[in-house]
Design a protein around this ligand. Structure first.
Ligand SMILES: Cc1ncc(COP(=O)(O)O)c(C=O)c1O
Length: 360
């Protein structure tokens, strides 16, 4: 699937329902579909439209709703996967809910995914020693949402609206709302709680700004990329935490001159970021591999995932043929402060590549 790529802002949103239609038509043997929504930037897919396309063909839709634990509990938030008709969704309650870390759950409905099969797959991957604390945290969150969810999320939405307005008043801080992130060629819907701020006009990177905020104000941002920072509000925020965030951001603005001359990240054009899948991912991942200097990796098949965090979306998957623009993106990104934790060599001075049959 191709995401909706905003070439002006250099950001990707979930694929449209129309691109699911096209791909499912092209591949009638597809067993199902998977989509991530919301993205870590808060942008959401047309899940109802995608589910309808899948179901017309008797195929299930699975949604990675890691960032959407709060969505079911307020009507003004984007629809959550189960209401939109998805068959399975996976949600990290420790992200936008109040679960302890590792408190991820899946929901299932309908008949396209057999609950017994799903259970057996979960059993294969899950621990045999589940934590009672995690279960208790999940149950506590469930109860809190049933009893107070709507009111708590109303407060969060009101707070997000006022925080967005105040940040937008800081010169050069371009708060990204529905006008920037939704509409044709962009996302279907937007969760307003992640407050994404584009600082491209200020001559620094999101990486530098996020490091500065952590060092000087002990404020940890949810996301930083080459041109944006994002403050993730939740139902647990209040006027006090918002005031601290706003004071930190305004101090950041006052010190922005100290952060200029940031190393530039060489972001590829959309057509350059899509790599050729030369070998099936599992064959590349489990096949014979070697670690080669980055310059030698161009043209080779990658045998690892190369994923900038955040947001944690892989740039290169095992099986994809590495190109110079993508490698340059990752290497210039690392110089600028991007973190690539899943690479064998996190600095990407070298890359793990597949040894292909012909010895290259
Ligand atoms: C879109 C998305 N899916 C899944 C995950 C992983 O979720 P978990 O923390 O439940 O393993 C993340 C983590 O950030 C994510 O951003």
């Amino acid at each position: 699937m191709e995401p909706e790529w905003d070439a002006e802002r250099h950001v990707a949103h979930p694929p449209s329902a129309a691109s699911f239609t096209a791909r499912l038509d092209e591949h009638p043997d597809a067993r199902g579909a998977l989509v991530t929504s919301p993205t870590p930037y808060g942008t959401c897919a047309d899940l109802a439209g995608i589910a309808a396309e899948c179901h017309r063909r008797g195929r299930p839709l699975i949604v990675d709703e890691a960032w959407g634990a709060h969505l079911p509990f307020h009507p003004d938030l984007p629809s959550w996967a189960m209401d939109a008709g998805a068959d399975v969704c996976v949600t990290s309650v420790h992200k936008m809910g109040a679960g302890l870390e590792q408190g991820s759950v899946f929901h299932q409905q309908g008949t396209l995914v057999d609950p017994a099969v799903l259970k057996s797959r979960e059993d294969l991957l899950g621990t045999t020693s589940p934590s009672v604390l995690i279960y208790a945290g999940l149950d506590g969150w469930r109860r809190q949402m049933v009893e107070h969810g709507r009111a708590l999320l109303q407060d969060a939405l009101d707070l997000a609206a006022s925080v967005r307005t105040e940040i937008a008043d800081i010169p050069g801080f371009d708060v990204q709302g529905p006008a920037e992130f939704t509409g044709p060629g962009r996302a279907h819907d937007l969760d307003p709680l992640p407050v994404v701020i584009d600082i491209a006009g200020l001559g620094t990177t999101g990486y530098r700004a996020a490091d500065w905020l952590r060092r000087h104000h002990r404020v940890n941002l949810h996301l930083a990329d080459h041109r944006r920072i994002s403050a993730q509000l939740t139902f647990a925020d209040d006027k006090e935490t918002a005031a601290r965030l706003l004071a930190a951001l305004s101090d950041l603005r006052d010190h922005i001159d100290d952060l200029r001359d940031a190393p530039e990240v060489s972001v590829p054009d959309p057509e350059d970021i899509r790599l050729e899948l030369a070998v099936l991912p599992r064959d590349a991942f489990f096949g014979p591999a070697e670690q080669v200097p980055a310059d030698w990796a161009v043209g080779r098949v990658c045998a690892e995932m190369l994923t900038p965090y955040p947001p944690g979306i892989p740039t290169v998957l095992p099986g994809e043929r590495i190109t110079a623009p993508v490698l340059e993106y990752l290497r210039s990104g690392v110089t600028a402060g991007m973190v690539i934790p899943d690479a064998v060599d996190a600095k990407v001075d070298s890359v793990r590549v597949l040894i292909e049959n012909n010895g290259t």
